[in-house]
Write a protein that binds this ligand. Structure first.
Ligand code: P61
Length: 522
């Protein structure tokens, strides 16, 4: 089931000419009348660009180029959505303390809170669920998962966990000691908290462009090697248990790290004997961007790029709820045997026996199948293409969003949209609540609330990025849902000056964004 196709659109983006004969050419034969045109411009570009030289004489000047992709699946089962009235939504958001995490899902029309655990599984995955071996120990599905992780990602050892943060917890407890620092390409909420709870501190070494929503830099997930070198010089390699590298950096807007940059990070770490741990949660989405943007990857398949990224690292934490297309699950993958043995032992304390780690056998089977589906070219192109489609609409309408459009979500620049609000009036939180009020669409705050307080000063961190994330579940919503979303955001944008800020009236100790409550300022 491996997908050996490279990307026929890459030639559009400065990559080598795909019309030259090559081993994958059989899969890129001229499309038939019913298929999307593989030689058309890149995802979502139909209608935006002038037809190129490949366009063919049959196209009239009025007709847009044939679109380059469509979803590589059809719908077998549907789930009904509830429509709500403005009054019902007003009541629901008040009850939820203006926090979209506290809304009941029943009160939501289009749920763009997260792509985590919200994807639609394939018929193959559902069939796999029936093959669950629910033995307490040694489930056959664990061995299938282990074999799949070895094959797709290349890591030697696998410790299953209930989800990503279970893997982060075990890893942090094993590798981090009091006073250590962990450099990384931007924080992630749960990852940083587990590092801190283990006695460490996170230091951001991502490139500056990642903090600039309008920067078009194609690899905003790249590490700034000077920043990393400075952390090594300031603290010394002995206080750096590992460098934490995320692919498709979530908090930066789903932005990729280039294979070339990761190779340089590896070389720098090797000089000091420092390990690299990979947050592989969205590595397939990252690989897609490498394929279309990085010339050295243009002739590689998604699976090959995923493998090349993983091969530059020593282990990975994984939330299988994203790329791997399941509703629950995760794992820690490692190459070093002593670390693996320690992690297996921690697993039995916090997660469950080391052959299930908090997952049912059927869940592990679904992860194993989903991992393979995640690296199929047609899947990933349609997935990223749908996000691009929504993002491009908003860009065309002049609504400020993080550029380039990321792999899993469109991030609205709430600081630019609600420029009349101070950051301590939580503009992104207020904007997410307003979008819900407008159309029942649920988004997520990714700004001052998510960033939390500085442990030293106790003050809000006031991060540069004050964003609202419209996160697209995989294989769930249609193009019409994307249109409705864009139109609702545009309505809110039109009355943005009337949106009031919020004050926080309840603040939990950990990961406050999940449970905090707010009320509108007068
Ligand atoms: C999300 F508001 N992400 O994006 P777990 N690494 C990375 C993730 O994206 C991630 C985890 C580790 C979620 C769920 C979520 O602040 C939040 O399986 C790059 O969720 O434990 C999860 O994996 C953790 C939403 C998590 C949040 C934390 O929506």
């Amino acid at each position: 089931m491996t997908d050996d196709r490279t990307n026929p659109d890459a030639s559009d983006l400065g990559a080598p000419d795909h019309d030259a004969p090559d081993p994958g050419a059989a899969d890129r034969r001229a499309p038939d009348r019913h298929a999307p045109d593989r030689h058309a411009p890149d995802p979502a570009a139909a209608g935006r660009r002038a037809p190129d030289a490949h366009a063919g004489s049959h196209r009239s000047s009025q007709r847009p180029a044939r679109r380059s992709w469509a979803e590589p699946w059809k719908i077998k089962m549907v789930e009904h959505l509830k429509m709500t009235t403005p009054e019902e939504r007003r009541r629901a958001i008040e009850e939820a303390g203006y926090n979209t995490f506290l809304l009941r899902s029943e009160d939501v029309y289009i749920d763009l809170l997260t792509d985590s655990g919200t994807s639609a599984m394939s018929d193959r995955q559902w069939a796999g669920m029936m093959l669950g071996d629910e033995a307490y120990a040694g489930s056959r599905n664990f061995y299938h998962l282990e074999e799949t992780v070895r094959d797709v990602y290349g890591y030697r050892y696998v410790v299953p966990t209930h989800q990503g943060r279970g893997a982060e917890h075990i890893l942090s407890q094993i590798l981090i000691k009091e006073g250590d620092v962990v450099p990384g390409n931007m924080y992630f909420t749960t990852t940083r908290l587990h590092q801190e709870l283990a006695g460490g501190g996170f230091i951001d070494v991502i490139c500056d462009q990642a903090h600039e929503p309008a920067s078009e830099f194609p690899f905003k997930g790249d590490v700034d090697l000077y920043k990393l070198q400075k952390v090594i010089d300031d603290y010394g390699p002995d206080r750096i248990p590992y460098v934490c590298i995320a692919t498709a950096v979530n908090m930066a807007g789903g932005q990729p790290i280039s294979l070339g940059n990761l190779r340089e990070v590896r070389a720098l770490c090797d000089r000091y004997g420092i390990s690299i741990i990979h947050d592989a949660t969205r590595v397939a989405e990252n690989a897609y961007f490498c394929q279309v943007r990085e010339p050295e990857c243009a002739d590689m398949t998604i699976a090959e790029i995923v493998r090349a990224l993983c091969d530059l690292t020593d282990g990975a934490t994984m939330s299988a709820k994203k790329d791997a297309l399941v509703n629950i699950g995760g794992f820690l993958a490692l190459n070093d045997e002593p670390t693996y043995r320690a992690a297996q032992n921690m697993c039995v304390v916090y997660e469950g026996l080391h052959t299930y780690g908090g997952m049912a056998g059927r869940d592990m089977e679904a992860v194993a199948i989903g991992l393979r589906e995640s690296v199929e070219f047609d899947h990933i192109r349609a997935r990223v293409g749908q996000v691009e489609y929504l993002g491009q609409k908003l860009v065309d309408w002049g609504i400020p969003v993080v550029r380039p459009i990321g792999g899993h979500a469109v991030f609205l620049d709430a600081r630019a949209i609600l420029e009349h609000l101070d950051q301590d009036e939580y503009p992104a939180q207020a904007l997410a609540a307003e979008i819900y009020l407008e159309a029942g669409i649920r988004a997520m705050e990714r700004g001052n609330v998510s960033s939390g307080r500085d442990p030293q000063t106790g003050k809000n961190r006031r991060p540069k990025l004050e964003l609202v994330r419209l996160t697209i579940p995989r294989r769930v919503y249609t193009q019409a849902h994307m249109d409705v979303t864009a139109e609702a955001v545009a309505e809110v944008y039109d009355h943005r000056t009337q949106v009031r800020g919020l004050e926080m009236v309840f603040e939990p100790q950990y990961l406050r964004f999940f449970q905090a409550r707010f009320r509108p300022l007068a």
